[in-house]
Design a protein around this ligand. Structure first.
Ligand code: CTP
Ligand code: CA
Length: 222
């Protein structure tokens, strides 16, 4: 029984997980971000550690504690996340990008708090590097798992991202639905694979989703 409860099927594998939102500063007291709690990524990091993996967690700002036995690197902006991820990608066998990375940052960050003098304020934003796409271009042996957060056309959008970013698997998440995504303890996702197949999962807690993702990485990608 103990053997069943403690399957170390990721022993000897290094797993790099990203989690949480990013924050792009506007001025010293304001930022652009999103409602990601980090729960899905932390569940993945804990599950991979439980299964014997050497785990590195690159995390945006979250309220969650560092998982035990996991090297946790805290970052703030998408740029910082990119540096930390590229720093650790060489050692990784499996990379899972569950972070909700900000797509844009402010062109200029004010040195001092912006005062509310103007009636209208225009912020100019510039696109951030797509970390996952860069990983897909640079990868050598790594298994690459992405996420897709969509409010519609999940299948089409997830499949397009899987191909465009050169992934082995993508976890599709219909956000806005109460049972899934941002902040929730449960998630309802569909897994999409390189061969065009997909596997819709029932709503379940994020720890269970994490273990199924790792099961499929083992069975279908390694
Ligand atoms: N991602 C990333 N770097 C970015 C933006 C996204 O690494 N600058 C990763 C996320 O971590 C996720 C995947 O790309 O694993 C998909 O993120 P998502 O926001 O769903 O897709 P985008 O490619 O950003 O496209 P869009 O937001 O326009 O749908
Ligand atoms: Ca995005």
């Amino acid at each position: 029984l103990t053997a069943l409860l403690t399957r170390k099927d990721l022993a000897g594998k290094t797993v790099l997980v990203t989690a949480g939102p990013t924050r792009e500063p506007i001025d010293p007291v304001r930022f652009i971000s999103n409602p990601s709690s980090g729960k899905m990524g932390y569940a993945l990091a804990r599950a991979a550690e439980y299964r014997g993996g050497d785990v590195v967690l690159v995390s945006g700002p979250t309220a969650l504690p560092d998982p035990a036995n996991v090297k946790t690197v805290r970052v703030r902006t998408a740029g910082e996340m990119a540096l930390a991820v590229f720093d650790h990608m060489g050692d990784a066998d499996i990379i899972i990008k569950s972070a909700a990375v900000g797509d844009y940052r402010a062109v200029e960050t004010a040195a001092h708090k912006i005062k509310k003098t103007a009636d209208q304020l225009v912020l100019t934003l510039i696109k951030n590097e797509d970390i996952l796409k860069s990983l897909g271009e640079r990868k050598t042996h790594q298994i690459l798992v992405g996420f897709a957060a969509e409010t519609r056309d999940l299948k089409e959008n997830a499949r397009e991202k899987l191909v465009r970013k050169n992934l082995d698997m993508i976890v599709g998440n219909l956000v806005g639905h109460p049972a899934s995504g941002f902040g929730s303890d449960t998630n309802r996702v569909t897994l999409f694979f390189r061969d065009g197949s997909c596997e819709p999962l029932a709503e379940m807690d994020k720890d269970a989703v994490a273990h199924i993702i790792l099961d499929r990485v083992r069975e279908r990608c390694l």
